[in-house]
Design a protein around this ligand. Structure first.
Ligand SMILES: [Zn+2]
Length: 136
C-alpha cells in the first residue's frame, strides 16, 4: 500500500468537525498496540506523550479512567490490564487531543493543562494565550 493512499484513508476517517479550518493540521499520534495475554501494551506510548505534550502519568490517568482498567507506565510503554482494539484506544486518544490538547481559539496543540480540581482543568495555550476549562 502506498503512502498517499494511507494518508487519504487517515484523512477520510476524521470527522469534518475536527478538521482544522486553516494552517497546518495537528496529526494525532496513532497508538501501536501489542496484545500480550489479557494485557494491551501501547508500544509507542512515550512518543505519543511527547507529541501531545503531556507527561506519561498525566495521560495514563485519562486512559485508565476512559478504558476503566488499571495499568502502568514502563520504559516508555503503557501496559493496560485488558484487551482493547486499535480503534478503541485510538478513539480515546483522539478524544483527548480534541478536548484537552488542541486550543479552541487558534487550533494549535501548543498547550498545557493546569489543575483546578480533580475533574476540572484549565487548558492554557502557549501560542495565543487562550484559556478554556476542560472536564477530563
Ligand atoms: Zn491558542
Amino acid at each position: 500500500m502506498d503512502y498517499d493512499k494511507l494518508l487519504d484513508r487517515a484523512r477520510a476517517s476524521i470527522p469534518d468537525k475536527e478538521k482544522l479550518t486553516s494552517g497546518e493540521r495537528f496529526e494525532t499520534p496513532k497508538a501501536v498496540l501489542m496484545i500480550q495475554g489479557n494485557k494491551t501494551i501501547i508500544t509507542n506510548y512515550g512518543d505519543i506523550c511527547s507529541r501531545i505534550r503531556r507527561t506519561d502519568v498525566e495521560f495514563a490517568k485519562y486512559l485508565f479512567k476512559e478504558l476503566a482498567v488499571p495499568g502502568e507506565v514502563q520504559a516508555g510503554r503503557l501496559i493496560l490490564s485488558g484487551k482493547f482494539s486499535d480503534r478503541v484506544v485510538n478513539d480515546r486518544i483522539q478524544n483527548y487531543v480534541t478536548t484537552a490538547v488542541i486550543c479552541k481559539e487558534c487550533r494549535k496543540p501548543d498547550t498545557h493543562l493546569e489543575g483546578i480540581d480533580r475533574h476540572l482543568k484549565m487548558l492554557i495555550c502557549e501560542a495565543c494565550g487562550a484559556k478554556a476549562p476542560v472536564r477530563i
